[in-house]
Design a protein around this ligand. Structure first.
Ligand SMILES: Nc1ncnc2c1ncn2[C@@H]1O[C@H](COP(=O)(O)OP(=O)(O)OP(=O)(O)O)[C@@H](O)[C@H]1O
Ligand SMILES: [Mg+2]
Length: 317
């Protein structure tokens, strides 16, 4: 992996819309064979960055190279190598699904004799078989999304820029598209934005998080999760007097916080403990319950998730 060249290079990129600074001094790389997850809350600047990378928007300052070409000065070369799934694909509602794929294949310069087999492949890969003979206007949202994805892949690009590729898809199709992206990502270079964090953990090799235009984190999903204090959450359900239980839990060594979650019954309460070392603490909780004769009905430890990291880095407080 280390030896792979950077296929997307972004250096100190800035973009404003009037008063709004959408992208502020953002820099990152995506290497060949890598799937990069691009995360951030609404209005963070993900789509804006992706539009700059695909030459649909010019930046105010900074540099961006895609496939070794400058997005500002060599945009034709960039466009040829990139497949772009925009946030909302601009489709002609009256066009038929196959007609639409043919139209884009021609625009993309796919030779006539290869077109039919390419299109058949895309219909298969994106699950469009049942809607082939419909017009775009007759399709549901999820199927329009699939057409958009097929259009971004039809010329077999080396680099894929996918803006929320699984948005609007049903769970089965999400799994298929996710597998497809992973397969594509072995040889190609993919940057995808998403709001579905568990998806990132299974699809992406590396993640960057952007908030209000600024890059706030970058690393593998595991690195990010462990960086956030390396924390573990311990879920405990104990039958015992609430105040006493709570203060005893707080008193355990290694506990950084205790929060009450819910009462199952009058005397049975759920708590979440945060700890730096989950393993020894679960044992301590168990021993405490035995010592005090409290019934322990649940005890489980969970590593910090990407969700927690995301909310810690991008919360609005
Ligand atoms: N064409 C435009 N004109 C004016 N402001 C814009 C334009 N495009 C984006 N913005 C602003 O730039 C900021 C970043 O928007 P962007 O679409 O990049 O966010 P995003 O991270 O893609 O969000 P989402 O998760 O909602 O898709 C927002 O404040 C948005 O309102
Ligand atoms: Mg967006």
């Amino acid at each position: 992996m280390e030896a792979q060249p950077a296929m997307i290079e972004v250096r100190n990129l800035w973009k404003s819309f009037g008063e709004t600074v959408a992208v502020q001094d953002v820099s990152f790389d995506v290497r060949k064979g890598e799937v990069l997850g691009f995360l951030g809350p609404n209005a963070a600047g993900k789509t804006t960055t992706m539009r700059i990378l695909t030459c649909y928007l010019s930046a105010d300052r900074g540099e961006a190279r895609v496939g070794g070409y400058d997005v500002f000065e060599e945009s034709l070369e960039v466009r040829r190598r990139v497949g772009y799934l925009p946030e909302s694909a601009p489709l002609y509602m009256d066009q038929g699904v196959v007609e639409c794929l043919e139209f884009v294949s021609e625009l993309r310069g796919i030779p006539g004799r290869e077109r039919a087999s390419r299109i058949r492949r895309m219909v298969e890969v994106c699950g469009l078989g049942d809607v082939m003979h419909k017009t775009i206007g007759q399709l549901s949202r999820g199927f329009r999304q699939r057409v958009g994805l097929a259009l971004s892949l039809v010329h077999d690009p080396d680099i894929l820029v996918l803006d929320e590729p699984t948005s609007g898809l049903d769970p089965n199709q999400i799994v298929e598209i996710r597998d497809l992206i992973r397969r594509i990502g072995r040889e190609k270079t993919v940057i995808l934005s998403t709001h579905i964090l568990p998806e990132v953990q299974v699809t992406c090799d590396r993640v960057i998080i952007i908030d209000r235009g600024k890059l706030v984190a970058s690393g593998t999903p595991e690195e990010l999760a462990s960086r956030q204090g390396g924390g573990t959450s311990i879920h405990v359900e104990i039958q015992g007097p609430q105040e006493e239980v709570e203060s005893a839990l707080r008193g355990l060594a290694g506990v950084t916080s205790v929060s009450w979650k819910a009462a199952k019954r009058a005397d049975r309460h759920c708590y979440v403990l945060k700890a730096s070392d989950g393993e020894t603490l679960t044992e301590e909780v168990f021993r405490l319950a035995v010592r005090r004769n409290w019934v322990l009905s649940k005890l489980s430890a969970e590593k910090a998730s990407l969700e927690e990291v995301f909310s810690a880095l991008t919360s609005r407080e």
